[in-house]
Design a protein around this ligand. Structure first.
Ligand SMILES: Cc1cc2nc3c(=O)[nH]c(=O)nc-3n(C[C@H](O)[C@H](O)[C@H](O)COP(=O)(O)OP(=O)(O)OC[C@H]3O[C@@H](n4cnc5c(N)ncnc54)[C@H](O)[C@@H]3O)c2cc1C
Length: 387
């Protein structure tokens, strides 16, 4: 017979960055358990990210949540992490001559949300990233304050704080059935049964499936596969201080990563929720795009992987109680920004659960609870909001 795991205030389904960060926020105020299907909580999308933070990516909602997160990761509370959570990176956005209109639009958006963005032009871009092909780059601007994130350190720090406040992470605890009796949820998991009046759906690509277990209405979440790979740098080249390159057209990015390059073709292939694997075609497309934009010759792909970035139609995250299902809270749809928005989104979500004040920065930027609510009309994404 399954073990009884007891009665709690809040059960969080999913132990990636979304579940961990919210657990950290709630544990000082509620008795909280995180239920994670895998043996390791970062196994799925969280452990597969490109680990960058840019204030110049995504919709205005993503930008605002990133702006809320950045100060927390730069200067976390005392004792939060034994190591720095971010390091300087810089992000160089490049465009070809035929992409001038897209470049101007991207530059205007960038200047509005990232204060120190400046134009460099071709010569300035080549000086910062000598492998760029001068025949490819016509326009370039730099976001100097973009950061590299230590995702594992961030995830572990959220869990350390969560446990210190009395929270419990239960791994190998797939949630298989959800029922509600007398105002209390009962979850049957691989590790036993457990009960609480509130559940949080932070199950990443599986969020619509977990909602269906509880009888909650779908939010139309679409997991999209994104491929990443590690490439060698040419012999004798030290790329440690080079910025990440991204193209305004969203064809690839190339980030310095521990003496190598991390590259992605920025693919977005709709997928079932699954343990995503890299596809050879996406690898080949990425190599071709990088060889076209730089003088790099890719002789081997050292490592490859893929992860699922999950979106609703307007590509904003979903955080809020389901209006029609009592005690069911959504925390999903973080797309390609779940790490760089984690501190701000978790504080916002915890505020909604605890009945606290809405963050002032979100109000200043015209973002209200309705913009994150699972009840909002899920209108189609705006062009240019890809991340
Ligand atoms: C290639 C790539 C690059 C990226 N780059 C960046 C970046 O540079 N910056 C950035 O901020 N973001 C980036 N992202 C996005 C970021 O990784 C995601 O937004 C974030 O990790 C989503 O976190 P999550 O906790 O929602 O999902 P996950 O980490 O997938 O966590 C969900 C968890 O729920 C668990 N689960 C599911 N169903 C159940 C169940 N029934 N019972 C129990 N547990 C269950 C799963 O096992 C999983 O561990 C990138 C993503 C990819 C793939």
């Amino acid at each position: 017979m399954a073990e009884g795991l007891g009665d709690w205030d809040v059960l969080i389904v999913g132990g990636g960055i979304a579940g961990a960060s919210l657990a950290y926020r709630l544990a000082p105020h509620r008795r909280v358990v995180v239920l994670e299907r895998e043996a390791q909580p970062g196994y799925h999308t969280t452990g597969r990210s490109a680990a960058s933070l840019s204030e110049n990516l995504g919709s205005p909602v993503i930008r605002a949540l990133t702006a809320l997160t950045r100060p927390f990761l730069a200067d976390p509370p005392a004792g939060f992490s034994p190591v720095p959570l971010m390091a300087p990176l810089g992000w160089l956005f490049v465009a070809r001559a035929d992409q001038r209109a897209a470049y101007q639009e991207s530059l205007a958006e960038a200047k509005a949300s990232a204060p120190h963005v400046r134009e460099l032009g071709r010569a300035g871009a080549l000086a910062l990233h000598p492998l760029l092909d001068p025949d490819y780059v016509a326009h370039a601007y730099l976001e100097p304050d973009a950061m590299a994130l230590d995702v594992d350190a961030i995830l572990q720090a959220y869990y350390r704080g969560f446990r210190a406040a009395g929270g419990r992470l239960i791994a190998d605890a797939e949630v298989r059935a959800i029922g509600r009796e007398d105002g209390v949820w009962r979850l049957d998991t691989a590790a036993g049964t457990i009960r609480a009046p509130v559940i949080v759906n932070a199950s990443g690509a599986w969020a619509d499936q977990v909602a269906a277990l509880a009888g909650a209405k779908s939010i139309g979440l679409v997991p999209k596969r994104r491929t990443a790979m590690i490439l060698d740098v040419p012999a004798g080249v030290n790329n440690a201080r080079w910025p990440e390159i991204d193209c305004v057209s969203g064809e690839f990015y190339l980030k310095p990563e521990a003496g190598k390059f991390l590259a992605s073709p920025c693919d977005e292939t709709p997928s079932e929720p699954t343990d995503a694997q890299a596809d050879e075609l996406d690898i080949a497309i990425c190599v071709e795009r990088i060889e076209r934009a730089t003088t790099l010759k890719v002789r081997r792909v050292e490592r490859r992987w893929a992860g699922l970035r999950s979106f609703v139609a307007d590509r904003n995250p979903v955080a809020g109680f389901a209006p029609e299902t009592e005690g069911f809270f959504w925390l999903a749809g973080q797309g390609g920004a779940g790490i760089q928005t984690s501190a701000g989104l978790s504080a916002t979500a915890a505020g909604l659960i605890l009945g606290r004040e809405w963050p002032a920065l979100l109000t200043e930027r015209g973002i209200a609870p309705a913009n994150l609510s699972p009840a909002r009309p899920m209108s189609p994404a705006q062009p240019g909001s890809a991340l």
